[in-house]
Structure formats: C-alpha cells, structure tokens
Design a protein around this ligand. Sequence first.
Ligand code: XMP
Length: 327
Amino acid sequence: MANDRRPDDMVRITTPELADAFIEEQIAALQEQIKDKKVLLALSGGVDSSVVAAMLIKAIGQQLVCVHVNHGLLRKGEPEQVIEVFQNQMKANLIYVDATDRFLDKLAGVDDPETKRKIIGGEFIEVFAEEARKLDGIEFLAQGTIWPDILESEAGIKAHHNAGGLPEDMTFELVEPVKILFKDEVRIVGERLGLPANMVYRQPFPGPGLGVRCPGAITRDRLEAVRESDAILREEFAKNGLEGKVWQYFTVVPDFKSTGVKDGKRTFDWPCIIRAINTTDVMEVTVEHLSDELIDHLVSRITKEVPGINRVLFDYTPKPPATVEYE
Ligand code: XMP
C-alpha cells in the first residue's frame, strides 16, 4: 500500500490546513483499499484508536464495526464518553462489551504484577476475538499504529502490533491510517475530525489501566477508591489550569491500612498516593511541585469524598530511581 513508510521529506503536520489535506488523502486511500468490505476496530477511547475510528467513520461509515471492551479498569467516565462520542454523536456501529466481572474475577487474588498484566492482556484478546467471531464478513482489522511504534519495533524496543496475539485462524488485512504520523500530528488530525479536545489531548494511560494503580491483588472496593480519587485529581488539575500542562498525574491506593479518626471514631483505612510528573521521553521524569493550597484542597476532598481513604500521601520521587507507575 502507498504511505507504508513516512516519506523522508514529509512536512510535519502542524496546521489545520495540513491536517485537512492528510485526512482527505487518507480517506481516498481507505475507500480504495476497503471498497465495500467490513473493518473491525478495537476502540479503547485512547487517542490513537479514537482518531482511527473517526477517520474510518468518515471514509466508510457503517462498514466499520468498533468494539469497546470495558475491562473494569478504565477511568471514571471513560466508557460513557466512548459511547457518547462514537455511538451518539458520530453514529458509529459500536459494540460495547462490559467485561468488568470477567476481568475482575480472573484477577481476584493475583498479586504478581507481571501475572496481572498477562491476565489483562490475554483476557482482552479473548473478549475481542469472541466478539469478532460473532460477526460475518469482516476482512480488515484497523489499528492505531503510529510512526514511533514502527520505529521502536524496528529498533527492537517493543512489538508494535496491538492485535498481536489474536488466534491464528483469525487473519485480517491490516488498515493503519495514522501509521506515518507522530503523536502530535495524530492529535491535530483528531481535532480536525471533530473529536473532543479532552479525548485528543489526554494524558497517557497504560493498557492495564487502573490495575497497575491498585498494587497487589485487586479488590473492587480498593479499585473504586483509585477510580474516585483519580477523578477528583483530574477535576482539580483541570480547575487549576494544570490539565495539558502536567504530562501525567494519577492516584495509587496501596494495599495497606493505617489508623485514623473521623467523626470522633477510629478508622482503619488505606492511604491514597498522588503522583504528578513531567517528562519528554519517559526515560527520565521530574516531579510537578504543587502549591500548598492545592495540596490542602486535594487532601481535604479525597479524605472526605472517597470511601476507604483516611490519609493522602504525595510521591515526590523522580525517575530514576522510581518508575512512573507502581508496578
Ligand atoms: P514507567 O512506569 O515504565 O512508565 O516509568 C512510563 C510510561 O509508560 C506508561 N506505562 C504503560 N503503558 N502499558 C502501557 O500501555 C503498560 O503496561 C505500561 N506501564 C507503564 C506509564 O503510564 C508512563 O506513561
């Protein structure tokens, strides 16, 4: 296919006009490649898969089938936003699978970080493959591969094929409409395709989701404490002009309890750790220092509003020596 590699002389897409020209060119190429066939896409709601979805909806409309798997480890409001934007606003053919129980049942009692990651990744492929088998006549699989993924996989740093691991009898031709773009270009293209800014400019979020922010064996109550505290942190960062300025910020609820006091009674609850970091390449990371006022406000809101939390701690450790995520 044309556009298989980023041409050496390709102009960086930095303006709406350049993005529109790219979109027009890609839509023609997609229509030419796909014709009247059907395309399947795993739509996580992350930047890359969302932009691919928006592009394909423009190019082939109802011939695109999006599958959104909710593994129960998404942030507050994320599955709802995927349904609102793609099903209600863009009228996409969207299959929503709430697989929360399935994932959390499999993860129950599992405390080893790598085993947790493997279960989440493996179960995701299984749920997606099950949905794909229910559909007739799918010939293409769309993926949100971007140019750095290809460069990193060529350099042996990581395997870029998102769908790697699908059962061997499931073979599809790949459709990768943003694979010659850098991340900043994908965001501009997404905006021009009509995606909301908070979807296109959102902070990075790991594939295993909140699962890695609930260290040790995941329980539903502690996971809920991570989700609720994360929602408060995001709300406060947005209100205080830090959204889009701080590279990544999130909460972690570790699996230990300490004593506290609330309404004159003793409590025995979890702490909530806040981490906010800046970086350019994630190899080295610095800490965002928050104002005293914001720290006080976060402590107050989280201890008052999140069940199970009686203490808030701030992680001011750079990388190295600490990684960004806790497992
Ligand atoms: P670490 O913890 O390695 O994180 O310093 C660096 C960046 O990578 C993200 N991250 C992940 N992303 N799957 C992902 O898709 C993962 O398993 C994963 N682990 C870490 C992390 O959020 C940070 O931005």
